[in-house]
Design a protein around this ligand. Structure first.
Ligand code: GLN
Length: 205
């Protein structure tokens, strides 16, 4: 069995996620390919998808226009694992407000019942790194890179909180969906990408 993993390649941290996922596959000894994807055709063949960090309004709007957003939603609803990172977490959410400008009416997948605040820790120049603890998925220490990161103020009953920072929820899981406000692809540590690859492998069994 070979896993077909995609990274949504509209805008953002595409190559970094391809490379982290390839390393994760290699370290786990699991066979698979990782490619940037953007068309409905490419997405329809995937076993798992990463929606990378970048600019959620751009990624959402362009994937709405090329109709891939609809295919992504259907695939996830049918059980395909997805990993939403920063802007990807925003796109998976039900409602997103910007800390400064408020409601933005951007296209969202409405798959995670979370109330989310964009740019929750400030602007680009307020980017920072912090140690994050995700004990429930056996990752007790992870270097979280936060760049104009969102946070979650409320999570619905079916959403598991994986981590908090500064009293704000910054990593969640719901069945085959995981989402982090920080960027694991910008560190050498591939444990979150490995966790995601294992989720994909399990979904295929
Ligand atoms: N602040 C960005 C947004 O709202 C996300 C930033 C990121 O993905 N690093 O889309």
């Amino acid at each position: 069995m070979s896993l077909n993993i995609g990274v949504l390649a509209i805008q953002g941290d595409v190559n970094e996620n391809i490379s982290s996922t390839e390393t994760a596959l290699k370290e786990l000894g699991i066979s698979g390919t990782v490619n940037g994807v953007k068309t409905t055709e490419e997405i329809s063949h995937l076993d798992g998808l990463i929606i990378p960090g970048g600019e959620s309004t751009t990624i959402g709007q362009l994937s709405l226009v090329n109709r891939s957003l609809k295919t992504i939603k259907e695939k996830i609803e049918n059980g395909m694992p997805v990993f939403g990172i920063c802007a990807g977490m925003i796109i998976l959410s039900k409602t997103a407000n910007d800390r400064v400008v408020g409601k933005t009416n951007q296209p969202l997948l409405d798959l995670l019942d979370i109330k989310l605040e964009r740019n929750s820790f400030g602007r680009q120049k307020e980017s920072f790194e912090a140690d994050i603890c995700m004990n429930s998925i056996n990752i007790p220490k992870f270097n979280g890179v936060f760049i104009r990161a969102p946070s979650i103020s409320e999570a619905g009953p079916d959403v598991e909180v994986l981590a908090k920072f500064d009293n704000k929820i910054i990593a969640v899981k719901k069945q085959n969906i995981i989402a982090t406000a920080f960027h694991p692809e910008l560190t050498k540590d591939v444990s979150l990408h490995k966790y995601f690859v294992n989720l994909i492998k399990k979904s295929k069994n």
